[in-house]
Design a protein around this ligand. Structure first.
Ligand code: SF4
Ligand code: SF4
Length: 279
């Protein structure tokens, strides 16, 4: 039987060996960035495809009706393997330096780094296939759909939908046991909030890991540091994050840093940056 250690070892090796997890000469904004790593080794948890929480994600206040459960993506699904890829010190420390200017590393990690994570999702599909297991990454498939602001995705008939998708890596990670949500809507893991997520659905019965929390916001202390950090005034203690305000601010960053973009100030210089904050 495939163990979580087998998956961790294979994925960590791929993270270390892929040239796309490092700043290349072609992408570097300054020569000193060449060779810097974007993502540290990932942490992994495994959820059951039969978990009752998958259906809960369809509620309008969670992900919404567009969300597809693991079995709606892959009828023979048994488990979901979810990973958190922490940003490297180069990425995080570079984004701590200024209250508004986005660090070079953060810009690479959000754009070229996202392509690298898609490559890692395909790596997992192939790695499982070699063990005789069918694996599917919804995010990396051509059926993945999302919509940010209302009416901005022509492929989606219901023009009232906004800030939703048919697969949400953070919500998947919550169900699989990787962490709980923060006020800033990031997912706080044992390695903190600064990083990105990926996952694959598999048709094998793996050992499901525990979900060591019962509340969606259990790890967030409501300290308000992310509220003070946010240059877009998108987070409040009373209401959490406004997706619309955040999206509008990040759009400004798209213009400023084109062809890259980013912000992530709510994920750096905060108590949940690199771990679960102490109460
Ligand atoms: S900075 Fe504080 S309030 Fe914001 S998500 Fe982290 S722990 Fe929660
Ligand atoms: S990404 Fe930037 S604008 Fe959006 S909530 Fe975080 S700090 Fe605010």
């Amino acid at each position: 039987m495939i163990t979580i250690d087998d998956i961790c070892e294979a994925l960590a090796r791929a993270f270390r060996e892929s040239p796309h997890n490092y700043v290349s000469e072609q992408m570097a904004l300054v020569p000193e960035d060449v060779g810097q790593r974007l993502y540290d080794d990932p942490i992994i948890r495994i959820g059951s495809a039969d978990d009752a929480l998958w259906e809960e994600l369809k509620r309008p206040e969670v992900v919404g009706k567009l969300f597809r459960t693991p079995k709606e993506w892959l009828p023979e699904a048994r488990c979901v393997v979810s990973y958190f890829a922490p940003f490297s010190d180069f990425v995080v420390e570079g984004n701590r330096c200024d209250a508004v200017e986005v660090g070079n590393g953060w810009l690479y990690a959000r754009v070229e780094g996202q392509a690298f994570l898609t490559e890692m999702n395909h790596f997992l599909e192939e790695w499982f296939a070699h063990q005789g297991v069918k694996a599917l990454s919804p995010y990396a498939s051509n059926e993945f759909q999302y919509v940010f602001e209302p009416g901005t995705n022509e492929a989606i008939d219901d023009k009232s939908l906004s800030f939703t998708s048919n697969w949400s890596e953070r919500h998947v990670a919550y169900i699989c046991g990787l962490g709980t949500f923060g006020l800033s809507k990031g997912l706080i893991t044992e390695r903190g909030v600064a990083g990105r997520f990926g996952s694959v659905i598999v048709d094998a019965s793996l050992a499901v890991t525990s979900r060591p929390y019962s509340d969606v916001y259990e790890y967030c202390t409501k300290c308000g540091a992310c509220v003070r950090q946010c240059p877009g005034c998108a987070i409040t203690l009373a209401e959490g994050k406004s997706h619309l305000k955040c999206s509008s601010y990040v759009h400004e960053m798209r213009v400023r840093y084109a062809p890259r973009f980013g912000c992530g100030k709510c994920q750096v210089s905060v108590p949940c940056e690199r771990g679960i904050p102490k109460r």
